[in-house]
Design a protein around this ligand. Structure first.
Ligand code: SAM
Length: 504
């Protein structure tokens, strides 16, 4: 989010106006020992701090449900009942009703909230005006970066997910048709209809505000969220399973991987409560989930040191396949086609989705019930699905490769080929970045505020560090696997590779 530098006076006035509006909402509360403050100095827009020590479990503020801006409170709901009353709206983000040409019937919670927000932005008399005026008009998310800034992400796994083009096509196919077919609903008397390009920009802005500000509104506890659920399990569901809403004040909380407050979803209201004692001057922090810095940047436009423990990096299958192929140089193009067909067949039988890439991540403890983290997160080794895919691939090779595939009869050899190929693929993946980890490490600083280049640096360093950790892990395993293969060969073990046995 980029809050226009603007005049400090105007910034402070908007804050004050919003606060007064919020406090005037029926049944809203705002604790006397907290304050909504200007945190632009550290690049965090507005945030909420404690102005005195706060006891654990203190209710910090309460947002009555009718003040939440969502599909059920929007005036649009009454005018477009068919659009807003779909049972599947809350449960399936890509729900199609079978007759794909009816745009009104193919909305999900995300697109509905974009429409709701657009309508309120266009209405000069919106009851949410003081709140809307606090929402950013420009964003620090990479969706809005020019190519020369995006290039700092180098070969980051988040690049293909930034998706300005796909957002654009969603807006054209699912947002604009609703607005243009109901002009009086979106442009009340006295408001001139916006040209298409302005509407598209507004829809992008609303989409980005939703991505960084909206909450999943739990209406009733699901069976898995029953009373027995441990208090230290933090759930984040942004897949459209529940209704999305804009929650004034709750979304003024900044967040980090260690946090001290939580939003409880009550029947009548949402409440922010202190998870532990909060000292005077401390920022009240919410939790956006176990997101790596890449995903945090993509959705929220910032990165933090603490979120680095959740970093992930993707290794494309094509790189692993390339390395595996290098181990069987004598196979022809048509034999490789047969191997691929075998892998596809097996994947279909498993009814799994054939992954194009495999995700490397770390293992670590979740935050505790007070929002604190304990211990380091450590490399989780290689994903099971990758080992499984290689296993199927090598089976395919064994089937088609004749003599060259005989070595694969031996389990230790298969393991060695697997680890060696993955190690090569990890090195290839690292080479896709324009700079070395060592060069990047010299530049990285935890200081704030961070410019785009610095945030991109954190993302790519996080990915490269993970790649290195995975390489160390695989190297160790590979050494052991090689030892096993050679000791079997020395022993002339009967399970040793057939080709080797023949030579012996
Ligand atoms: C839900 S809003 C929080 C309120 C926001 N600061 C504001 O002024 O409107 C989320 C946005 O706040 C900013 N933010 C939240 N936590 C942050 C943090 N720890 N550091 C920097 N920016 C943060 C990011 O721009 C994010 O997209």
């Amino acid at each position: 989010m980029e809050i226009d530098g603007g005049h400090d006076v105007e910034f402070a006035q908007q804050t004050q106006h919003f606060l007064e509006w919020f406090k005037s909402l029926p049944s809203a509360t705002f604790h006397k020992d907290i304050e909504l403050v200007d945190m632009r100095g550290s690049g965090a827009g507005r945030g909420i701090i404690a102005t005195a020590d706060i006891a654990p479990e203190t209710v910090l503020f309460t947002i009555p449900r009718p003040s939440i801006l969502c599909a059920t409170t929007s005036p649009l709901a009454a005018h477009l009942p068919s659009l807003f009353s779909q049972d599947d709206t809350a449960s399936n983000p890509s729900a199609e009703n079978g007759d794909g040409d009816d745009d009104e019937k193919s909305q999900d919670s995300w697109t509905l909230l974009i429409l709701v927000l657009i309508r309120e932005y266009l209405d000069p008399n919106s009851k949410w005006k003081p709140y809307l005026s606090l929402l950013p008009t420009t964003f620090t998310t990479p969706m809005f970066w020019p190519p020369n800034h995006l290039s700092h992400l180098q070969s980051s796994s988040i690049l293909p997910k930034i998706g300005h083009a796909s957002a654009d096509s969603m807006i054209r196919s699912r947002i604009l048709p609703i607005i243009t077919s109901h002009p009086t609903l979106f442009f009340p008397p006295g408001v001139s209809p916006l040209p298409e390009s302005d509407l598209i920009n507004l829809a992008h802005r609303c989409g980005s505000a939703i991505m960084a500000y909206a909450f999943d509104l739990e209406t009733e506890p699901s069976p898995s969220e029953s009373e027995e659920e441990p208090a230290d399990e933090w759930i984040e569901d942004r897949e459209g399973r529940t209704m999305l809403g804009m929650v004034p004040m709750a979304d003024m909380l900044n967040a980090d991987a260690e946090f001290n407050a939580h939003i409880n979803h009550g029947e009548e209201a949402l409440t922010a409560t202190a998870l532990r004692g909060i000292r005077k001057g401390e920022e009240i922090l919410n939790y956006y989930g176990p997101l790596g810095n890449g995903e945090l940047l993509r959705r929220y436009g910032y990165v933090t040191e603490k979120h680095a423990r959740y970093d992930v990096v993707e290794v494309p299958w094509a790189l692993v396949e390339g390395r595996l192929k290098g181990r069987f140089a004598g196979l022809s193009g048509s034999q490789w086609e047969a191997v691929r067909a075998y892998v596809r067949e097996q994947e279909e039988e498993e009814e799994g989705e054939a992954e194009d890439a495999f995700v490397l991540e770390r293992e670590g403890e979740d935050p505790d019930a007070e929002g604190r983290l304990h211990g380091e997160a450590v490399s989780a080794g290689l994903p099971e699905e990758l080992a499984e895919r290689v296993k199927v691939f090598l089976k395919g090779v064994k089937k088609v490769a004749g003599n060259e595939g005989e070595v694969l009869a031996d389990k230790a050899v298969r393991k060695e080929i697997y680890l060696d190929s993955v190690l090569g693929a990890l090195q290839d993946r690292e080479r896709q970045y324009a700079t070395l980890l060592e060069e990047d490490e010299k530049l990285i600083r935890p200081e704030r505020p961070m410019e785009r280049e610095e945030m991109a640096l954190w993302v790519r360093v996080g990915e490269k560090r993970l790649l290195r950790e995975a390489q160390s892990w695989v190297s160790r395993e590979l050494e052991a696997a090689r030892r096993e293969v050679s000791s079997k060969r020395e022993r002339g073990d009967e399970n040793a590779p057939a080709a080797k046995r023949r030579r012996a």
